[in-house]
Design a binder for this molecule. Structure first.
Ligand code: GDP
Ligand code: ZN
Length: 347
């Protein structure tokens, strides 16, 4: 029996079950994943995914049979697993990184920018709680500090919940038909920003959560929200850890200053440790590159390298299990050792 397939989009995850809005239909359909998806490809639909859905007879939920290949994904390392990626959202056009203007966490912002750039989407920084700034000079100082991290091509907007007009510039960045994901530590004011964009309290802010006695860190379900006169936004609440997954391109983009200095090192494979003619160390010594920034770069590079290493290990182990023969394993390990030595040095 052939079933008719419906196309739709995942707009919410409700206790693990995707809610799908079918094309040309306003109602939401609660779905399960087809066994083949979960067991075979081990993928699960996330917010923003385009999916094909079937309605088998006698089933209370619809079944997601296929996830349309993603144009974009926000991926971090699964915080609970050693070497597994976790996709948080798909098919968005822009990543909005929120930080409180009066208390920008530089190290976290660097990490957020790496993850944002890695997606390939447009990136914007929104500095929140501008009303708490001491004066205009502070605002300009923080803007300059943030620009030093983002480079000149990323727009930084300043908003305040007390000034509804201030979010209009954010609305313009989410035009109809587009989707933006909102990243930032809990408490920076993401829900407040969404509420301002919508013009109504659609997201529970920390104040409401506290009044409920539910506390600050209740996991709020992830949901796509329509912005009047604009596209959609997805707040990503509860994203506390932002472990890197594949992040080399993101690091390259977020640390263009370091990467640029490295092109001037005498040796192409310079590790910037004690090689002669190292332009990166020279830049640090000359005060052109902040030592903390250089330190962040190294930390993040090491983090992705470690994840890649663990992933490769996990892959070999699985290969070993599948092939079974001890001799084949030994031979493969030898080949891998040779390949690892030949791998081009990271730059
Ligand atoms: P979220 O966890 O990122 O969603 O942050 P919330 O939107 O829940 O905001 C955290 C706290 O900051 C709440 O108590 C808000 O009332 C407060 N807050 C949010 N935006 C602003 C703002 O622009 N100015 C001030 N003064 N407080 C704000
Ligand atoms: Zn060097």
């Amino acid at each position: 029996m052939t079933q008719r397939m419906h196309q739709g989009e995942v707009v919410k995850l409700d206790r693990g079950f995707p809610l799908v809005r079918l094309d040309g239909d306003e109602s939401l359909v609660r779905c399960e994943h087809a066994t083949a998806l979960v067991k075979g490809e081990r993928v699960r639909a996330v917010i923003g995914d385009r999916v094909e859905v079937a309605y088998p007879e006698g089933h209370d939920k619809a079944i997601i049979e296929r996830i349309v290949p993603r144009t974009r994904a926000f991926v971090r390392k699964d915080p609970t697993e050693r070497a597994v990626p976790q996709v948080l959202a798909a098919n968005f056009d822009r990543v909005i990184v929120a930080q409180p203007l009066g208390d920008v966490n530089t190290r976290r912002l660097e990490r957020e920018l790496v993850l944002a750039y890695e997606t390939g989407a447009a990136v914007t920084v929104v500095l929140t709680k501008a009303d708490l700034a001491e004066n205009d000079e502070q605002v300009e100082e923080v803007r300059a500090q943030v620009r030093a991290l983002t480079g000149p091509d990323v727009e930084t907007l300043v908003v305040s919940a007390l000034d509804p007009q201030s979010v209009e510039a954010v609305r313009e960045l989410v035009p109809p038909g587009s989707m933006a994901v909102l990243v930032g530590k809990s408490g920076v004011g993401k829900s407040s920003l969404v509420n301002l964009l919508v013009g109504a309290d659609v997201q529970e802010t920390a104040a409401v959560r506290e009044a409920d006695g539910k506390g600050r860190h209740t996991t709020v379900s992830r949901e796509m929200i329509e912005v009047p006169g604009g596209g959609r936004v997805v707040d990503m609440p509860g994203v506390r850890g932002l472990g890197l997954w594949d992040a080399d391109a993101g690091i390259e983009a977020a640390f263009a200053d370091v990467e640029e200095a490295a092109t001037r090192c005498r040796f192409r494979d310079c590790k910037h440790q004690d090689e002669p003619g190292c332009a990166v160390r020279a830049a640090v010594e000359a005060g052109e590159l902040a030592p903390e920034r250089w330190e962040s770069y190294r930390t993040l590079k090491q983090e992705t390298a470690a994840v890649r290493e663990r992933r490769e290990q996990a892959r070999w182990m699985q290969g070993e299990k599948a092939s079974g023969s001890a001799r084949a394993c030994k031979a493969r390990r030898a080949r891998q050792a040779v390949a690892a030595k030949r791998r081009p040095k990271e730059r």
